[in-house]
Structures are given as structure tokens and as C-alpha cells.
Design a binder for this molecule. Structure first.
Ligand code: NAD
Ligand code: TYD
Length: 366
């Protein structure tokens, strides 16, 4: 089993990255080293998501949690951090992550997701080569976080496996596919020790409320329309964020170098059916009238190029590394609803001017 001392996490102020840091610094992970969180704090990054972690682990002579505000496209900043903290593992979460934003403004997706990933790979390669001489035997790891969206769109049947050819169809998924190819190329060409995971849709606490589940929960609270794209029959495979984290950690410790592993919930839902279930849970948790909540459902113009169905086959991860999901959809949705209902300060702060501008830009024209 691989062990690490100084884990450099990019995008740790975002949804999945912040949950990963929380997980790594909990007893459950068994990790006893230091986490260096590097994040540019775009609209999606919120250091408040880790304020308790910073308080518990960020002080004293040997802090186990360090935050550095920096952009992954900034080569000299990346070099500085990697050297200063003698990084031996990188978990690369930082990305522009929202499909609708990629349709309305693709440039940041190309620069952050493709160029930013290239910058990190190259800085890691040179630093580790200098430190260990040979990269292929170096006790280091670059773990790249990717998405099932790189595989494209499924019809009514079939699943994405690790051998499914890439067929990205949005600027977001195309830029993530580009980053995946670069990661593999750095492994094959330079011997950089990498692992890569492609995960299905995540949900849980600290997700920015532009994504389906938190957007719907917050709109229900305010009795605002619940915008369903197209016919509402697009299918996603949902995974609770903590199960994503445990899968990533399993791959980092035990996965084969140079391999990719799919991570999924084995939990497919049509958007509209999911929304009805979410309405029932919000009604139960708040005492609101479910029929009134149902009446807020509004079918709106579809997303251009809207992928119909995603479904992950994660047999490789389960059989080879013994990982499995631990949170049922019912339990995960309820935990998520309760989290958004009780963390109103976090919610109020992320609903900044930028968030309001986004809602106008994305929904007013539909
Ligand atoms: P997010 O949008 O919530 O967070 C992204 C974080 O990256 C933010 O903190 C942001 O400030 C930071 N960031 C963006 N550009 C940066 C830059 N140039 N330099 C430094 N930091 C920058 O995203 P998320 O949902 O947590 O997704 C994290 C990763 O997981 C992404 O790579 C995404 O493609 C992947 N992923 C997400 C899902 C999902 O359902 N959310 C599913 C599979 C894979
Ligand atoms: P999203 O959370 O944006 O994730 P992704 O597109 O990366 O899978 O959307 C999940 C599904 O919900 C997707 O099919 C689009 C749909 N959707 C809506 O119907 N209405 C909305 O307001 C949003 C944000 C998404």
C-alpha cells in the first residue's frame, strides 16, 4: 500500500475537494501527513467550506492543513508550492466544472482544465525528476480527478467502462478529456506515476448551488420555479461525495500506476423522477406542502447538446481494489437536504452578486 506525507490538493475550496480534505484529515482515512490546498478561489471556491478544518489543523509549529491562494495556470506559483512543501502526491480537482457555464463561456474551461493541468503535470515531472532521478521508481503520485462525461452520451442501454472510447460533447467534457489525455501522455512519455479516476455525478454538502440538486433544494425553500431542462428524462448516475472520496483514496493507495478506474453510484435516475423524490424529502424535512412544491416544476428550454444518459460500470474498482458505495441514495439525499437547510450562513455567502448574475444569464433566456 502506498503512503504519502505531503499531499498537494488543487481545487480544495470547491465542492469535492473540500470534502476530500475533510475526509483525509479524519481518522477514517488513516492519513497522518499534511494537506496543502491550492485554490484560485473562483466563484466556485469558498474557503469558508473549510474554516473549521483551518482552525483545527492549520495552526501550531507543524500544521497539517495549509491553504495557498494560487492559480494552477501560474507556473512559478505551482513550482514554489511543490518545492516549499516537498510534495509527494498531487490530487488534481481544480477545474471549471459546470456544463452550462462552458456553453456560455468556454474559454476558462480550456485554459484551466487543459493548460492548467498541463502546467501542473510539467512542474511535477521536473521537480520529481530532479528529486528522485528516475521518475518511474519515484515514490510519488499524480492523481487526476475526471468525469464520466468524457465518454459522451449513452442510449437506453449499456454502460461506460474504462475501455469506452472518449466522445466528449460539451466544452466542459472536451476540456476534461483533453486533460485526461495529457495525464496519460505524461505517464507513457515521461514515466510520471499517475492514477486517474472518472466519476459519475456527485452530490452532498458544500456543492455550489448552480448544480441540479442544491439548486432545486434552495429554489424550493424560496418557492422559486424548479427549472427542468427539456423533457426531464435525461439520466444521471448519482454518487454521494463521501463515496467518491473513499474511492479516490483507495485508488491512490492500492491502484495500479498508469491505470484509470471508473467510479459510479450504480444509481441511475431520470431528472424528473429524482426531482419528485427530492420534493418529498424537502416537504418532510420542512413541513412544506408537497403539492405546492410540485407546482413549482417548470419545463424550460433544453441545454444544447444535452447528454441523454450517463451510467458507469465500476466493476474494475470493485473487484480489483475492493471498494464499494456506502451511502444509499435515500440516505444521501436526506443528509444533503438537511445540510442545506441548516447551513444557511454558508448558503447566504455563496449567493453573492456573481451567483445572481449567473441565474439571470442561464435562466432568463430559457
Ligand atoms: P467545483 O466547481 O465545486 O470546484 C472547483 C474548484 O477549483 C473551486 O474551488 C475553484 O476555485 C477551483 N479552481 C477553478 N479554476 C482554478 C484555477 N485556474 N486554479 C486554481 N483553482 C481553480 O468543482 P467540483 O464539483 O468540486 O469538481 C471537482 C473536480 O471533480 C473537477 O475536476 C470535476 O471535473 C470533477 N468531477 C466533478 C463531478 C461532480 O459531479 N461535481 C463529477 C465527476 C468529476
Ligand atoms: P448538472 O448538475 O449540471 O450536472 P451535469 O450536467 O454535469 O450532469 O445537471 C444534472 C442534470 O440536471 C442534467 O441532465 C441537466 C439537468 N438540469 C436541469 O434540468 N435543470 C437545471 O437547472 C440544472 C442546473 C440541471
Amino acid at each position: 500500500m502506498r503512503t504519502f506525507t505531503n499531499i498537494f490538493i488543487t481545487g480544495g475550496a470547491g465542492f469535492i475537494g473540500s470534502n476530500m480534505i475533510r475526509y483525509l484529515l479524519s481518522k477514517e482515512s488513516g492519513f497522518s501527513g499534511r494537506v496543502i490546498n491550492v485554490d484560485a478561489l473562483t466563484y466556485a471556491g469558498n474557503p469558508e467550506s473549510l474554516s473549521d478544518i483551518a482552525e483545527r489543523f492549520g495552526g501550531g509549529p507543524a500544521p497539517r492543513y495549509v491553504f495557498v491562494k494560487a492559480d494552477i495556470r501560474d507556473r512559478s506559483a505551482m513550482e514554489r508550492v511543490i518545492r516549499e512543501y516537498q510534495v509527494d502526491a498531487i490530487i488534481h480537482f481544480a477545474a471549471e466544472s459546470h456544463v452550462d457555464r462552458s456553453i456560455l463561456g468556454p474559454e476558462a474551461f480550456v485554459t484551466t482544465n487543459v493548460l492548467g493541468t498541463y502546467t501542473l503535470l510539467d512542474v511535477a515531472r521536473l521537480y520529481w525528476q530532479e528529486r528522485y532521478g528516475s521518475l518511474s521508481a519515484a515514490p510519488v503520485l499524480f492523481h487526476h480527478i475526471s468525469t464520466d462525461e468524457v465518454y459522451g452520451s449513452l442510449g437506453d442501454s449499456g454502460y461506460f467502462t474504462e475501455n469506452t472510447p472518449y466522445d466528449p460533447r460539451s466544452p466542459y467534457s472536451a476540456s476534461k478529456a483533453g486533460s485526461d489525455h495529457l495525464v496519460m501522455a505524461y505517464h507513457h512519455t515521461y514515466g510520471l506515476p499517475i492514477t486517474l479516476t472518472n466519476c459519475s455525478n456527485n452530490y452532498g454538502p458544500y456543492q455550489f448551488p448552480e448544480k441540479l440538486i442544491p439548486l432545486m433544494i434552495l429554489n424550493m425553500q424560496e418557492a422559486k420555479p424548479l427549472p427542468v431542462y427539456g423533457d426531464g428524462k435525461n439520466i444521471r448516475d448519482w454518487l454521494y461525495v463521501e463515496d467518491h472520496n473513499s474511492a479516490v483514496w483507495t485508488v491512490m493507495q492500492k491502484g495500479r500506476i498508469g491505470e484509470k478506474y471508473n467510479i459510479g453510484g450504480e444509481n441511475e435516475w431520470e431528472n424528473i423522477t429524482l426531482l419528485h423524490r427530492l420534493i418529498d424529502i424537502v416537504a418532510e424535512e420542512t413541513g412544506k406542502d408537497p403539492e405546492q412544491l410540485q407546482s413549482l416544476i417548470t419545463f424550460v428550454k433544453d441545454r444544447p447538446g444535452h447528454d441523454r444518459r450517463y451510467a458507469i460500470d465500476c466493476t474494475k474498482l470493485k473487484t480489483e481494489l475492493g471498494w464499494k458505495q456506502s451511502v444509499s441514495f435515500e440516505e444521501g439525499l436526506r443528509k444533503t437536504v438537511r445540510w442545506y437547510l441548516t447551513n444557511s450562513a454558508w448558503v447566504q455567502h455563496v449567493r453573492s452578486g456573481e451567483y445572481r448574475t449567473w441565474l439571470e444569464k442561464n435562466y432568463n433566456q430559457r
